[in-house]
Write a protein that binds this ligand. Structure first.
Ligand code: SF4
Length: 372
């Protein structure tokens, strides 16, 4: 297979769904970790091809969704700080903080720039030596190498007016937190293929063994996802709990050693609070102490703001697989993409945004057809 259409082939998808139906003898609940996988599932209606016993729940792998409001508040504070340019990926701009969002900060005169790479922010810093340039470094293991490269480039080139506001999170500790919760219902995981392409798969073996939970490394196209589900269901039905790689075209067991080395040069593991999930020990990355001059909270003396409540938003229950977006009473009424109450409604990887966009009841876009 060489082209993306081949991973959206309706006949192959149906044959995989049929294979799953032949294997399943009892109910199973499986969580896809990544919001990209969630969007593919909802976009192509893959969940509706599955036998009724297989329930898919949607995990916390949406970086925008898990960035705490307190950090968005800090980003807003930096954006409104005179002489500062706050650079961010575009999907952070409409995520509610405890006060205003970054788009409102921009409307009030804050200098907020949308960039496509953290290296663009380093370039801004070079072009604006009299200004301070801060990049809002949000994301999982996938974006950490590029952010590491940016700060290491700034150090190497002597760009002293550049810094990071870091909100990096790590997948395996969140999986442990989900599996260890008293109300957990997840019995198998589709791990995020792009995270494993960076980090490899070695962290997942102890999780599968400790919680008797199969972990199948899975890609993002319909054929990838159903192949991952088939492997996961086969394990569950046969009582196995192993790590399998169903995304071998992109993932090697050891990941990407060069990217991992970059991450280790710039970051250390730290405790982090996840929006909706709360504090998870050892679940984040922060800049190494020797890079303190490039750490925006230390550089500008930002105080950690007290954590606010989630209000009506039940994103924590959704990201733990306890509920699904359509079970939120605010969905589509008080919470819409135009007026979001929570980040999953505005993020391009948010589960609520996927349901709002692709489920036909919403009348917005409707499901996307597979290739026939
Ligand atoms: S629909 Fe809105 S309020 Fe409900 S969980 Fe999703 S983002 Fe939160």
């Amino acid at each position: 297979m060489k082209f993306v259409d081949e991973y959206r082939d309706a006949a192959v998808v149906r044959s995989l769904a049929d294979a799953i139906a032949r294997v399943v003898t009892r109910p199973w609940t499986i969580m896809e970790i990544c919001g990209g996988q969630t969007h593919a599932i909802v976009k192509f209606g893959l969940d509706e091809l599955l036998p009724s016993g297989v329930t898919l729940v949607h995990g916390p792998g949406c970086p925008v969704c898990v960035t705490p409001a307190e950090l968005i508040d800090q980003a807003v504070e930096l954006a409104l700080r005179p002489g500062t340019i706050l650079c961010s990926f575009g999907d952070m701009l409409r995520v509610p903080g405890s006060g205003i969002d970054l788009l409102t900060a921009k409307a009030r005169g804050g200098d907020v720039r949308i960039v496509y790479s953290p290296l663009d922010a380093v370039a801004f810093a070079r072009q604006n030596p009299a200004r301070e340039v801060v990049f809002f470094a949000v994301g999982f293991e996938t974006t950490a190498p590029a952010n590491a490269m940016a700060v290491l480039r700034a150090v190497h080139d002597g760009v002293k007016n550049f810094s990071l506001l870091v909100s990096h999170v790590l997948v395996p500790p969140a999986m442990r937190a989900i599996l260890g919760a008293p109300d957990n219902r997840v019995q198998g995981f589709l791990a995020a293929g792009h995270v494993c392409a960076i980090m490899g798969v070695e962290e997942y073996g102890p999780i599968a063994a400790a919680y008797r939970c199969p972990v199948v490394v899975t890609g993002f196209e319909p054929v990838d996802i159903l192949e991952g589900l088939l492997r996961c269901v086969r394990q569950l039905e046969s009582g196995r709990a192993e790590v399998e790689n169903a995304y071998a075209r992109a993932v090697r067991a050891q990941g990407n050693p060069h990217a991992r080395r970059l991450v280790a040069e710039a970051f250390v593991v730290t405790d982090r609070t996840w929006r909706g999930l709360g504090p998870i020990p050892g679940s984040g990355l922060d800049l190494r102490p020797e890079l303190a001059a490039y750490d925006a909270p230390r550089k500008f003396g930002l105080k950690p703001a007290p954590a606010g409540g989630a209000g009506e938003c039940i994103s924590g229950e959704i990201m733990r697989g306890v509920k699904k977006p359509l079970q939120c009473p605010a969905f589509g009424s008080r919470c819409t993409p135009e007026h979001p109450l929570g980040a999953p409604m505005v993020s391009s990887e948010g589960a609520c945004a996927a349901y709002h966009r692709y489920r036909s009841w919403s009348g917005v876009a409707g499901r996307v057809a597979l290739v026939t």
